[in-house]
Design a protein around this ligand. Sequence first.
Ligand code: ATP
Length: 222
Amino acid sequence: MQSLGIFGGTFDPVHFGHLNPVRETASALGLEQVRFVPAANPPHRPEPVADTHHRLAMIRLALAGYPEFRIDERELNRTGSSYTINTLESFRTEFGDKLPIMMLVGADVFNEFNAWHQWQQIPDLAHIIVMTRPGHPVVDTSFFEIKNGNNPDWKISQDINDLHSEPRGLVFFQDVTPLNISATKIRSLFKKKITIDARLSQALPASVIEYIKLNNLYVDHP
Ligand code: ATP
């Protein structure tokens, strides 16, 4: 393998706002494989609404037909908080130091990046690819400058070739087709029992909609 993409999330449920930006990014950057890494116990947010086995089943349905996308269950198999830094260390242990590893995040996640556990060490392990997300402009990159004082290897790059010649340490901004979709919005449609609706079919795959209906997910959550 020449390069690996990693895409973490709660996927509660997985939707086109995940799938399409990642597909576009993988194709733009020439990523051979992207691992979808569902979080078990995300430290920065409330517990997922759907049980882990349901979230996994929905990702499986959504990724069927995309052999370059795989589910990676390492965070689910770990006890305690799912810190990204530990996940990246575990990928490095598995794949070694030389493989370019690109962590894909939406702009909303990137904006809160400096609240993450040991965030300063993250670029020592992977590149960060920031995908545009409607309603979430990147507001502040000044924390990089702070970090740059300590580690001159961490820098913003605009050259895709750099992402392949260096294994880690670059921040790259990738424009993707804007999709105003969120799992929160989807859960609220199911809660209101709005299940036959153009908003839903544009937001997530039909197979996932069917699964949610069949298992009565998101109907009773607060
Ligand atoms: P919730 O509404 O429950 O907070 P979410 O829709 O943001 O969920 P997550 O599973 O939390 O989905 O997100 C996983 C990753 O996908 C994050 O990096 C997030 O920024 C990104 N992402 C989610 N929706 C979009 C979107 N519409 N466009 C671009 N990136 C997105």
